[in-house]
Design a protein around this ligand. Sequence first.
Ligand code: AMP
Length: 431
Amino acid sequence: MTFETLGLGPALLRALAEQNYTSPTPIQSEAIPLALAGNDLLGGAQTGTGKTAAFGLPLLNRLSKVTPVNGYRKPRALILVPTRELAVQVGDSLRGYARYLRMSIGTIYGGAGMGPQTDMFRRGVDVLVATPGRLIDHIERGTAKLDEVEILVLDEADRMLDMGFLPAIKRVLQRLPRERQTLLFSATFETEIKKLALEFMRNPYQVQVAANNTIAETIAHRAHPVDTARKRDLLVQILSQRHTEQVLVFGRTKHGCNRLAEQLEEAGLSAVAIHGNKSQAQRQKALNAFKAGKARVLVATDVAARGLDIPDLPLVINFDLPMVAEDYIHRIGRTGRNGATGEALSLVSPDEGGLLKQIQHVLKKDVELIEIEGFVPQRSVRSSSDVPSQQRRKPAHRPHGKPPVRHAHAGAKAPRGTGQGRGGSRNGFAR
Ligand code: AMP
């Protein structure tokens, strides 16, 4: 699957090639064709899955069909995000994708001066990335006019609700044209999200990075509880004690992976890192060094490891647990292939107890927790996972008789070839 076959225009394809996006991630393969066709979408995906491009590329492609007039322009797409950091990140990503499109991408968030943001509206903006509270401020002052919005994206909807943004979101929704496309991305689809979707979306398709249900039976899953600050020392100890195998180590961030590879080198272990900031050539070089046995440890992010021909390995280590439980399945798919025995070892901090629980849910079995002397954290991983991380909200009123959610795999409209064991929405809307 390539970005060309997904139906994106040449200006976007050029920008993607320059940013070393060689092949779409699973959520992109599924979401892009559906969103390009104008459908409403519910996307089940977290940061790290490539979800920004999954909504950003079809959004830009659709808007680019109409050339913006010069001078004052009102937003034609609105992306609501929970935090300032995400607003900046999404804005930056979109500017990168829109490099060869004549389109202005504006970002507004709280904690920054109103003046420059007001000026930005005055100059004209095509795509607006905003946190809900600050957007309300601009609406009240009359600086943000949303009556020409054609596409609405609710990014990390579950987080926005957890942060108490539901009333603000509803107020924003009242300002938008009813005739529009709505894309909602969320890591979970709990009752509140479903209510929001049923109330404000038109017959949405659901796309989800779903679990691969063929998990090798020959893989042993183990976890060591350890404080975040001690993970590196524990990893060095494990690698020093098991001194023959080649190991694939997964980390969550590009920066973290780079630093970890450097630190392993400093500890005398040959290591290379592959992540999204490296060019395809650099990644291939690192992978070749690993395959040739010149490097014993390959440290990778989820996205970077995707699509790379990494050999079957006896041991995969999760330095950080993935934010999406389904990615655990992808990671461990690098071991235990073709009946070989494999081991998946996770270093789990007390904060990651909830993620471990989700992984066990997806695996449908417990991951054995083994304490290592000298590394036992003060807080227990198990007990912390039992504490709900967020307070539950009171259910809101919902009108009845809304159309049911459509599923991406049902019917001819669904994209084909979404990858091994993934795709569609076989797991259903509510989980
Ligand atoms: P996101 O989940 O949108 O935050 O994306 C996670 C990271 O993956 C970002 O650094 C993106 O630039 C990168 N990324 C997203 N899609 C792709 C792709 N198809 N190929 C390579 N990198 C990607």
